[in-house]
Ligand binder design. Structure first.
Ligand code: HEM
Length: 499
């Protein structure tokens, strides 16, 4: 009886807390954005579920509007939908929306270190340094563009080894892409059959897969509980630890050969900065941030670019006339006697339009990464509080997928149509509702590098090959197989025929 009373009391306290929280904890009388009524502790778990969270959220926005509140377990989340709303938050109110919320299934390994999951001054220092290093530093003896060109040639050599037989492009492509990040952070590429490199790539792919699994979605909602329950979600941290050990080993090697007057790559630059700032008590240039930022660059820079390329090649198998037009443009602008270069991009509007449409249509990070507000924020007549009265803060999910598929911005958004990025005279034109790299202060730090990689890998492969499939185009499906944290194209096989 006594236990029952205690439980009842607890339930009443929880309900009262939730009501308070829904009223925005009384901040200047503004309400929280509307949303479905949450249950104590479970929040809106029963409405959202652990599979296809994004689909459930989009369904809710039909009822509650483009800005609404939902509780994923006890975690309060404000969801932003449509181009107008996402732009208003991330671009026009950039500072307020620049905080990073955690995604426990993934971010627990980082403990808020490293540029992706850091906040406040730590994030500012790491972001400034990383941007500066990626943009301005020569990255070793050759520019990044030359390194990508060289890697694309290695990739073409490797693809010739398939001898026009069908194969699954997943690993071949991701090894080439991963080598670009290796050049940036370590100053070196790996041979494609290097045992350590293969293990590293498998770990990164597996880490991503675990973070996108339904169990991981449960972990994000109920981290303390899931920590005690066995399952695949624990495999994620084991992968992370192995990746961290690999990075630590590399740092030791580089420390031994470092010439501070001639840093050759990201890790070298970070080590020099650590030394320069060793007497500054407020410095964020410590080993933990070096390891985690390196890990971040690997992770953010490998899966994203290779998934986009894989989506792109699948699109070309489905629409052979698009591939033909790209071949024509490559023939006209680049020819066959030299590799494609960054400066060709402005002369190849059709290819640029196709690459943009692949990114819009592919929409590979449909909810971006979670944000949070840096102060109590008034937005569209609502309050988004920085902190909850007792527990944690409010996460903000900008649903980029509602930008890319916004029917007010794109005609027939579910059609693959490069024409939306071309004007009447066939020149490339920008489209506002295009945010694959997100927008505002947290906009992807590797955007320039990623766009260069996409263009050079894509055109170098198409200069050398015609892509074909044993499946007829009308039976090829472009529907993604997973769309939680990341949208993934279906697994497929293709053949590359020498041109
Ligand atoms: C097609 C390729 C890529 C796509 C679609 C992509 C997309 C994104 C998105 C949507 C975000 C979240 C932004 C936000 O929080 O609002 C992000 C963050 C980030 N990306 Fe990328 N990315 C790509 C490639 C890369 C590459 C190659 C790198 C490595 C150099 C990279 C490094 C990062 C980092 C470090 C962040 C965190 C930025 C911060 O929190 O300040 N990304 N990216």
């Amino acid at each position: 009886m006594e236990t029952l009373l205690v439980l009842l009391l607890l339930l009443i306290v929880c309900c009262a807390l939730l009501i308070l929280r829904r009223k925005g904890a009384g901040s200047k009388g503004l309400p929280l954005p509307p949303g479905p009524t949450p249950l104590p502790l479970l929040g809106n778990f029963l409405q959202v579920g652990r599979k296809n969270v994004i689909k459930s959220l989009m369904k809710m926005s039909e009822e509650y509007g483009p800005v609404f509140t939902v509780y994923l377990g006890p975690q309060r989340v404000v969801v932003l939908c449509s181009y107008q709303v996402v732009k208003e938050a991330l671009v026009e109110r950039a500072e307020e929306f620049s905080g990073r919320a955690q995604l426990p299934a993934f971010s627990k390994d980082f403990k808020e270190h490293g540029v992706v999951f850091a906040n406040g001054d730590r994030w500012k220092q790491l972001r400034r340094f990383s941007l500066h290093t990626l943009r301005n530093f020569g990255m070793g003896k050759r520019s990044i563009e030359e390194q990508i060109q060289a890697e694309a040639q290695y990739l073409v050599e490797e693809l010739h080894k398939t001898e026009e037989r069908p194969f699954d492009p997943i690993f071949i492509i991701s090894r080439a892409v991963s080598n670009i990040i290796c050049s940036v952070v370590f100053g070196d590429r790996f041979e494609y059959d290097d045992e350590k490199f293969l293990i590293l790539n498998r770990l990164i792919t597996e880490r991503f897969r675990v973070a996108s699994s339904p169990m991981a979605q449960l972990y994000n909602m109920f981290p303390e509980l899931m920590e005690k329950i066995p399952g695949i979600h624990h495999r994620g941290s084991k992968c992370s630890q192995e990746i961290i050990n690999f990075i630590l080993e590399r740092i030791e090697i580089q420390k031994a050969s470092l010439d501070p007057s001639m840093p050759q790559n990201y890790i070298d630059c970070f080590l020099v900065k650590m030394e320069q700032e060793k007497n500054n008590p407020k410095t964020e240039f410590c080993l933990e941030n070096l390891v985690m930022s390196t890990f971040n660059l690997f992770f953010a820079g490998t899966e994203t670019v290779s998934t986009t390329l894989r989506y792109g090649f699948l699109v070309l198998l489905k629409y052979p006339h698009i591939q033909e037009k790209i071949h024509e443009e490559i023939e006209r602008v680049v020819g066959r006697d030299r590799p494609p270069a960054g400066e060709d991009r402005s002369k190849m509007p059709y290819t640029e339009a196709v690459l943009h449409e692949i990114q819009r249509f592919g929409d590979i990070l449909p909810m971006s990464l979670p944000h949070r507000v840096t102060c109590d924020t008034h937005f569209r007549g609502y309050i988004i509080p920085k902190l909850l009265c007792l527990l944690q803060g409010t996460s903000v999910y900008p649903l980029l997928t509602t930008v890319h598929y916004d029917p007010e911005q794109h005609s027939n958004p579910h059609d693959f149509d490069p024409g939306r990025f071309l004007d009447a005279r066939g020149r490339f034109q920008k489209v506002d509702a295009f945010m694959p790299f997100s927008a505002g202060k947290r906009v992807c730090l590797g955007e320039g590098l990623a766009r260069m990689e996409l263009f050079l890998f894509f055109t170098t492969i198409l200069q050398a090959f015609t892509l074909t499939s044993a499946v007829s185009p009308k039976h090829i499906s472009l529907a993604p197989t997973a769309s939680e944290l990341g949208k993934v194209p279906p697994i497929y096989q293709l053949s590359m025929l020498r041109r």
